[in-house]
Design a protein around this ligand. Structure first.
Ligand SMILES: [Zn+2]
Ligand SMILES: [Zn+2]
Length: 359
């Protein structure tokens, strides 16, 4: 067969394929729907190695950012699935990581800024619809968490009634709607164990996000592996203390130069309110350089930036965002992305990064 004949035959095959695909499109559509839905509904955690696994379901901030959802970090520790902060869109983001909110037993809130709690309503409602356990969701947080959960309870009271009436109390048991709260007091500099399960300890510590108080970070230790989540804070001695001996530090970061540029543009555009806010926010977040210094001092193996301010719509902005940070810290340093999955297998020193993101 010469080249021309081969080309003709190839085009003929493509043509026949296209005709078959078109005439069978309904069957193909249902096949794909069944396959995708089955993959999602049967997703378990069984394939994960024993260890700590961290899913970045939201690496953004209150800035509307098409690439990053607000604060949302999943932590799987052995059989326990926890969520740290529930920014807007948390339930959708968790589904995109091929997990379901019904798997979550505990939520830990760092503070009550809107970008850390906006997703609680949808999270609690979808968790109620999906959980196969008889255990209510528990939302842990420093003083003030009851008010937040009671507020969501009030906002969702009518929805809860509709769903019980429609699906029956057997399917939607009223006692599983919403969440229970577990409040703790933040005592100055001290670390407190706020949750324990076999081989698992969650500690909280105060951070510096003034005037927001209380505001905490968390250290999660499972067997011989540990991760520290900073919450929102400027450079903090408590984060440093928590990160000493930890494997991984997940730290918020704001680049003051980039925010300064936005402030100047806002001033020029007569957006005085926005310009003032851009000026205010630089004093209660950490810069990428601050975080690199903390990580180097603590000697952690890896640092992942989250709560990225401002948005970085151009790839070249990532370098600008980091500034001198890579020069100050010699370990693994990454800007977290929504969909990143970081695994710390027990009994090893490995830190494995992968993407886990459904279309
Ligand atoms: Zn925040
Ligand atoms: Zn905040």
């Amino acid at each position: 067969m010469n080249k021309k004949q081969a080309l003709t035959l190839g085009l003929a095959f493509i043509g026949v394929g296209a005709v078959v695909a078109y005439t069978q499109r309904q069957a193909i559509t249902y096949f794909l729907v069944e396959r995708n839905a089955s993959q999602r509904m049967t997703a378990t955690l069984n394939h994960l190695d024993d260890g700590l696994h961290i899913g970045l379901c939201g690496t953004g901030s209150p800035f509307p950012d098409p690439q990053r959802s607000a604060a949302c970090t999943i932590v799987v520790a052995g059989p326990t699935v926890m969520l740290f902060d529930a920014g807007g869109g948390a339930a959708k983001q968790i589904a995109r990581m091929n997990l379901n909110t019904g798997q979550i037993g505990h939520v830990f809130l760092t503070h009550y800024h809107s970008d850390h709690i906006d997703g609680l309503g949808e999270l609690m409602m979808t968790r109620w619809a999906q959980t196969l356990t008889d255990q209510p969701l528990v939302v842990h947080g420093p003083t003030g968490v009851e008010e937040v959960i009671q507020g969501f309870g009030l906002a969702y009271r009518q929805d809860t009634q509709y769903r019980v009436a429609h699906h029956t109390p057997q399917i939607m048991p009223p006692h599983l709607a919403g969440a229970q709260t577990a409040t703790f007091d933040v005592q100055g500099e001290s670390f407190a164990t706020v949750f324990e399960a076999p081989n698992l300890r969650v500690e909280s510590f105060a951070v510096d996000h003034a005037p927001v108080s209380p505001a905490v970070g968390y250290k999660i230790t499972y067997k011989d592996r540990s991760v520290v989540i900073s919450g929102d804070t400027k450079k903090s001695g408590n984060v440093l203390a928590a990160a000493k001996g930890a494997d991984l530090l997940i730290h918020e970061a704001l680049n003051p130069q980039l925010v300064g540029t936005l402030q100047t543009i806002a001033q020029k555009s007569q957006r005085t309110k926005l310009a003032a806010i851009f000026g205010d926010i630089t004093d209660y977040h950490a810069s990428p350089v601050d975080v690199a210094q903390t990580a180097a001092q603590a000697g952690v193996q890896a640092v992942v930036y989250t709560h990225i301010v401002p948005p970085l719509p151009l790839p070249t902005l990532k370098e600008e965002f980091l500034g001198d940070a890579p020069k100050l810290y010699s370990g693994t340093l990454r800007i977290g992305e929504d969909g990143d999955w970081i695994s710390l297998p027990a009994g090893s020193k490995n830190i494995n990064f992968e993407r886990r993101w459904l279309p």
